[in-house]
Design a protein around this ligand. Structure first.
Ligand code: NAD
Length: 334
């Protein structure tokens, strides 16, 4: 059986991807230092899949400890999720972000080289595009200036992987650029549970509805969009998880035409903040307390993906929409 090392396996997207990998016959091990997660998530994974996943509680910035995993396990490939991900925090702690996100990546690649592990998938982000000039965003849309240190770690991470692929011809990498992951596993047993207060729209909505927050503030309704609020491409986390399984299988089967490929992962549709709120109210039968506030500095007005490449090359198609996202996120919140 193919053994995949999932870094950041206790995190939000990592845990959902582990479920999808197991459901598709992969053996999985995880490494996570739980800087933004809890080991309890492994119990949720066990309840859903019936499998107990082994986690190495190791900081990937420690090269010697990271090497130990590769010595102990016969790894077929890696899906590298582990990173710090808060846009806002990264502005105030740039060194922590560069250090954590880049050193961990360098260490994992060092191990790939030393232990000859040749399948590699990297969690990138639509934030690499910055304020893209043309929509929808294609994979060859040029990177604009990064809006924050977090986004820069993703731009740099992709470039490091690209350069690593040049001399390492047997190494195969895919950079997956996620748009806005949201929602939870249908069982309600795993979901988004950061140690830090979330700033993404969907958890802010569900936390308000459940009474943890007073209100949702819509940052601006005077943008040049169909209802004046910002537009994003929300992708259900289980669809996103399945894209990783498909991408991994694609690399494993040597279907890649280049040893460093890139795919956008969104659902290819923009949903405005006000439409997302309406979807929440419609799909959960809840009334949400929200108000319109001023624009927020640094917000990109509208961004959504073109997912033509991911669907034609990886054979992946998202099957859930914004209502499914809201419904499952609400079950998880409760
Ligand atoms: P998350 O914080 O829930 O998961 C990341 C996991 O990595 C956490 O469990 C954390 O404890 C672990 N980790 C961080 N640094 C580590 C280190 N040095 N050693 C070991 N473990 C470490 O985040 P997520 O939402 O699941 O995101 C996963 C990946 O996807 C990240 O790389 C993130 O930047 C990227 N991404 C996320 C989003 C999003 O909206 N959630 C969007 C685009 C890209």
């Amino acid at each position: 059986m193919k053994k995949v090392l999932v870094t950041g396996g206790c995190g939000y997207i990592g845990s959902h991807t582990i479920v999808d990998l197991i459901n598709n016959g992969f053996e999985v091990i995880s490494v996570d230092n739980n800087i933004n997660s809890d080991l309890k998530v492994l119990e949720g994974i066990r309840e859903i899949t019936g499998k107990r996943v082994k986690n190495y509680t190791i900081d990937l910035c420690d090269l010697e400890k990271t090497k130990k995993i590769f010595r102990n396990e016969k790894i077929d490939g890696i899906i590298h999720f582990a990173a710090l991900k808060s846009v806002g925090d990264s502005v105030f702690q740039p060194i922590q972000y560069f250090n954590n996100n880049l050193v961990s990546l360098l260490n994992v690649l060092t191990c790939c080289e030393e232990f000859k592990v040749n399948n590699f998938i990297f969690s990138s982000s639509c934030s690499v595009y910055g304020n893209a000039k043309d929509l929808p965003v294609m994979e060859d849309t040029p990177f604009e200036e990064a809006e924050c240190p977090y986004a820069r770690t993703k731009q740099m991470g992709e470039k490091i992987i690209h350069d690593f692929c040049v001399p390492n011809k047997d190494f195969k990498a895919i950079n997956l650029r996620y748009f806005n992951p949201a929602g939870a596993h249908e069982s309600g047993k795993i979901g988004e549970s950061s140690r830090n207060a979330p700033t993404n729209l969907v958890p802010v909505i569900t936390e308000t509805a459940v009474g943890k927050r007073e209100e949702v503030v819509v940052f601006g309704d005077d943008y040049d969009t169909r209802d004046g609020s910002c537009i994003r491409d929300y992708i259900h986390v289980m669809d996103l998880a399945n894209a990783h399984t498909k991408a991994y299988q694609y690399l494993h089967d040597n279907k890649n035409s280049d040893n460093c490929e890139v795919y956008n992962l969104g659902i290819g549709e923009g949903v405005s903040v006000l439409e997302a709120i309406a979807a929440f109210e419609r799909s959960t039968d809840q009334k949400l307390n929200y108000r319109i506030g001023p624009r927020r500095a640094g917000d990109v007005v509208a961004i959504y993906a073109n997912l033509e490449n991911a669907s034609s090359k990886l054979g992946w198609k998202p099957t859930r929409n914004i209502d499914d996202i809201m419904r499952t996120a609400w079950v998880w919140e409760q």
